[in-house]
Design a protein around this ligand. Structure first.
Ligand code: ACM
Length: 266
């Protein structure tokens, strides 16, 4: 199994540029899975709901049809973040979402970010999907999704691992450094693979600048980083891994980190 991590630099509010950049990256990659950062179709630093509404797309958007066609023809699973709108009973809902598009169109899945970071609070509705794992029978792989600030909550990765994730994909737009200390722990404590696609560049609105610090990473089930992304350049890296290793939760000949949990004490 191999995976391509895209560390890109979306242009804020420039959907045409971002769509083309994503499609071109998919066309040029031949791995089993490709993962892009959070809000890759729009850029990140929204200030209010109106701005999101102008840039949001629904899961029926023709852009996803193009990605589905590519996914099926290339036999490649595609994961990317995007601002999503959905109209429910006449009310517009806005989510910071990630799409997971499989060669088999029936499996398509949308995750809506659970934990909203900073000004996302003013711009998006809280996600209502929870943390789910999708099983792709053709590749015999279980894929779980979380987005960026979900890293702060060990429950996110734990839930995905308990639901059987072999790998967690984490589209991100990270602006602090703290995550580098605990993201490997999310992989170690669950014995899962974890692919984090972060972006680079900065966005300035009025007097406030957010700088996205790259360093995208792929962690093995012992938290080792198998990648070396820079903190400021766009980059693409492909990594090979044996996803079946994540199904063995043994620590040694006696301990199994899932069977050893004392759930009645938690
Ligand atoms: C983040 O959740 N974009 C930091």
């Amino acid at each position: 199994m191999n995976i391509t991590i895209i560390q890109n630099e979306p242009k804020l509010f420039n959907q045409k540029f971002n769509f083309e950049s994503i499609l071109s990256s998919v066309e040029h990659s031949s791995s089993d899975i490709i993962v892009f950062p959070e809000l890759s179709t729009s850029g990140y630093f929204f200030q209010n709901r109106n701005e999101v509404a102008e840039n949001a797309i629904s899961k029926e958007n023709a852009f996803f049809d193009k990605l589905q066609t590519l996914s099926t023809s290339k036999n490649q699973t595609i994961c990317l973040g995007f601002p999503e709108f959905e109209i429910v009973n006449g009310i517009t809902k806005l989510y910071n979402s990630a799409a997971l598009i499989f060669p088999n169109p029936q499996l398509k899945y949308i995750y809506r970010k659970t934990h909203l970071f900073y000004k996302e609070r003013y711009c998006f509705d809280e996600g209502d999907t929870g943390f789910n794992v999708i099983y792709d029978k053709d590749k015999n792989i279980n894929i779980g999704l979380m987005i960026c600030y979900d890293w702060r909550f060990p429950e996110a990765a734990r839930t995905l691992a308990l639901k059987g994730a072999d790998i967690i994909l984490c589209p991100s737009n990270l602006v602090t450094e703290l995550w580098t200390k605990v993201m490997p722990a999310r992989a170690i404590e669950n014995k899962v693979f974890l692919a984090l696609a972060n972006r680079v560049g900065s966005e300035t609105i009025d007097t406030e600048t957010l700088t996205f610090n790259g360093k995208s990473a792929f962690y093995d089930t012992n938290g080792n980083v198998l990648t070396s992304f820079s903190d400021e350049k766009t980059e693409v890296q492909e990594i090979e891994f044996n996803h079946l290793k994540s199904r063995n939760k043994k620590f040694n000949s006696i301990n199994d980190i899932f069977e050893d949990r004392r759930v009645n004490w938690y």
